[in-house]
Design a protein. Structure first.
Length: 113
């Protein structure tokens, strides 16, 4: 099993989740977060005062999938979340050694399906 963790622009979430649903991926955790990277924030004006926002809103998607499906998921996220601008995000893939479904006690791949 592999955990796919993606940090994307919030406005691309609907495109990403729709594409994942098309391949049968429905189980995911989604969090609204703030972060900084190469984009280094943005300068905004409010009531005549200029200020810099260093931590920008991002959306974090977490999916645990079978090894053979994880790379396909990462490719779909990358394709659907891309705008071509700095700040599009990152995708990380981590090995998962074990999973347990609390309700039934099932373990392994069956616990995440």
């Amino acid at each position: 099993m592999i955990k796919v963790e993606a940090f994307i622009r919030p406005q691309k979430l609907d495109d990403v989740t729709a594409a994942l649903h098309e391949i049968g991926v429905y189980a995911m955790s989604i969090s609204d977060i703030r972060g900084a990277g190469k984009q280094k924030g943005i300068t905004q004006h409010y009531r005549g005062t200029e200020y810099t926002v260093n931590l920008l809103p991002k959306t974090k998607i977490e999916i645990v999938a079978p090894d053979e499906q994880a790379h396909q998921i990462a490719e779909i996220i990358a394709e659907k979340a891309q705008t071509g601008e700095i700040g599009d995000g990152k995708i990380f893939l981590y090995p998962v050694t074990e999973a347990v479904r609390i309700r039934t006690g099932e373990t392994g791949d069956i616990a995440v399906s």
